[in-house]
Design a protein around this ligand. Structure first.
Ligand SMILES: C[S@@+](CC[C@H](N)C(=O)[O-])C[C@H]1O[C@@H](n2cnc3c(N)ncnc32)[C@H](O)[C@@H]1O
Length: 386
């Protein structure tokens, strides 16, 4: 059974995600009702798929709507007709919608026509306090740069606290809004104004991350996510902590204090560079490696576990899950505890079956609502050696 089928069972008149606008199928519900449906659906999913240990109640999102710190609009310009192919969403902060309206009103004027034709995506990222705009363009010549600088001034003068603007060149006009094969011999990223990195304030420290790298989109849940991950991983003095798919090191820095050593791995170079810079700035002796996590990487590139010294592993892969063989290779290291974070629910049964096969049992399952308004959950599964 797929998780969305379980949602559909528990919600009469449900329209499947693919048939509805942008997957926001639960957004019209009252959040209390949405949580009830999701709680029933995850329990049904667990039962039907015969998974071990029932899930805990879902950790609700402090902000159930207007929570997304990343949003995007695809720009379509035809003679006499400018369109943004996604509409204002109640899952996005109001400032995002206001910024898109401001940009639309400029781009529709004759002076900005060349820029409107060159645009592929408009992207807003940031936090609830400030935001940046990325112009994903198909080409970047002198006249486009001039227009981008002019429109950047409009953003700087706006009341929406837009602290930076950048241009990102994707001549393929890709449907994926940030990640495309960048042209290697032409200018691919241009700072229009403001810093090149974003930063996230975690109370007693701040982490930087690249404007093009991954970051959690529901900032209001980050505190709960860290607290839950910390409890479920249970790092103790003397533990070696392996933070896999670490991005810019969110979990390394938030949890690493308790460990004897911290090693983070991530394939996105700029994110790893930010993690290394944060380690230097925060004076932490943490190590970060850039690499593609697959079976060979785990077997050949990770340092061997030290006999008699416990290791705890957190893995937070993308929605499509780990590469084949990764779970087996990690289990061979015999970590005392694993925290596997799933941002898609449908990958859970196969992954848990693998962990079980290689000697791990489920200790606790904690679903968190990181994506209110959509039929998705983030699920933290703590596993222990049998
Ligand atoms: C869900 S994000 C988690 C990032 C980080 N834990 C956080 O919370 O900010 C997954 C990360 O894995 C990275 N990634 C995806 N596939 C990878 C692979 N095979 N090897 C290494 N990193 C990968 C992505 O670039 C992304 O940063």
């Amino acid at each position: 059974m797929f998780f969305e089928q379980a949602i559909a069972h528990n919600l009469p008149n449900y329209t499947k995600e693919s048939d509805s606008a942008y997957g926001e199928t639960l957004a019209p519900l009252d959040y209390k009702d949405e949580l009830k449906v999701k709680n029933e659906a995850i329990r049904e999913f667990w039962e039907v798929n015969r998974l071990a240990r029932g899930p805990q109640p879902i950790v609700a999102s402090p902000m159930p709507r207007n929570y997304r710190t990343t949003s995007k609009r695809q720009v379509e310009m035809k003679p006499g007709d400018l369109r943004f192919n996604e509409y204002d969403s109640i899952l996005e902060p109001e400032e995002h919608n206001a910024i898109y309206r401001l940009l639309f009103d400029k781009l529709i004027t004759p002076a900005y026509k060349p820029l409107a034709y060159a645009l592929n995506w408009l992207i807003i990222r940031g936090t609830y306090k400030y935001r940046i705009v990325i112009f994903n363009v198909k080409k970047l010549d002198a006249s486009i740069v001039r227009k981008l600088k002019q429109i950047s001034e409009v953003l700087q003068q706006s009341p929406y606290h837009v602290t930076a603007a950048h241009a990102y060149v994707d001549p393929t006009g890709s449907n994926y809004y940030l990640e495309a094969k960048r042209p290697t011999d032409t200018l691919n990223f241009k700072q229009l104004y403001g810093p090149r990195e974003l930063s996230l304030d975690l109370g007693h420290f701040r982490l930087k991350y690249p404007v093009t790298g991954f970051s959690q989109i529901n900032e209001s849940q980050i505190h709960n996510l860290i607290k839950s991950a910390s409890r479920l991983l249970g790092l103790e003095k003397g533990d070696h902590f392996l933070d896999l798919y670490c991005g810019y090191g969110l979990f390394s820095f938030a949890l690493g204090e308790a460990a004897k050593s911290v090693l983070g791995v991530e394939w996105e170079g700029p994110s790893i560079d930010c993690a290394k810079a944060s380690a230097r700035f925060l004076k932490k002796n943490y190590k970060f490696i850039a690499g593609k996590i697959d079976e060979t990487f785990v077997q050949m590139r990770l340092p061997r576990p030290i006999p008699g010294e416990p290791e705890r592993i957190l893995l937070d892969p993308p929605r499509k899950g780990t590469e084949p063989g990764v779970i087996r290779a990690l289990a061979m290291r015999k970590p005392v505890r694993v925290l596997h974070i799933f941002c898609g629910t449908d990958e859970i049964p196969a992954a848990l079956a693998e962990w079980e096969r290689y000697g791990y049992r489920v200790k606790e399952v904690l679903p968190m609502d990181l994506f209110p308004g959509t039929p998705h959950l983030e699920t933290l599964v703590a596993l222990e050696k049998k």
